[in-house]
Design a protein around this ligand. Sequence first.
Ligand code: B1M
Length: 215
Amino acid sequence: LPLWERLKRRIIDGELDGLNADLDEALTQRPALEIVNDVLLDGMKTVGELFGSGQMQLPFVLQSAEVMKTAVAYLEPHMEKTEDGGKGRIVLATVKGDVHDIGKNLVDIILSNNGYEVVNLGIKQPMSSILEAAKNERADVIGMSGLLVKSTVIMKENLEELNSRGLASEWPVLLGGAALTRAYVEQDLAGLYDGEVRYARDAFEGLRLMDAFMA
Ligand code: B1M
């Protein structure tokens, strides 16, 4: 198989052997971020489709996710960085009940490489932990990720909690993850949240929105 097809296949098949050699070759031809976005994420998309249609079982999805994570970790040192980390600080978490963290961790990488400090709390984070970290770390923004449909409901509850504690004006909120839609966030959730809440389709939109929040 040609290199790009082979890399994509590695994600789909969960095949770690020889991954680094292929990534080294890829790095001689394209920037690290492009390899992630155009090749590896394309593989994850196929995994999602196969799983969704019942053609792939969960343990294999887990293997694909491991290869994806390994590849991103290998490529990260090759990604462009701006030197200054002082543009602002975001507390980032996958919401309660949700273990999906590949997208969240990509957001972490893109923001960290572009001048933001990221306090990455990990997965399955209840609002109490997110709030505590936002306070203790003096965060400028709260970022929540979630891929399950039920996570979209959790996000709504979290915003309602910020409202009811009178904290909505403290933190603009950035939301992302495959189960969300722009309309749900920018119409439904924005309508109920007393502060600012925005939807990021991908990590780059997340970066643009951070820049806008901090402007
Ligand atoms: Co799960 N899973 N999974 N899974 N999984 C989905 C989400 C699903 C759509 C698959 C499907 O059915 N087609 C489906 C959800 C269905 C639904 O809710 N309606 C699903 C399911 C059902 C489940 C389980 C319930 C399966 C089960 O146990 N029976 C279970 C849930 C466990 C739980 O959370 N409690 C489960 C488990 C898993 C694995 C552990 C095996 C693994 C996750 C491993 C890991 O993350 N460490 C996994 C995976 C890999 C997927 C799919 C295949 C791929 C997700 C992914 O990593 N995509 C996924 C299919 C899909 O998404 N269509 C699926 C790549 C990643 C880069 O994209 O996270 O969307 P994403 O991030 C994007 C943007 O969304 C955005 O930026 C990123 C790109 O730049 N973004 C943000 C994300 N967060 C952001 C935050 C921001 C800004 C942007 O600011 C704060």
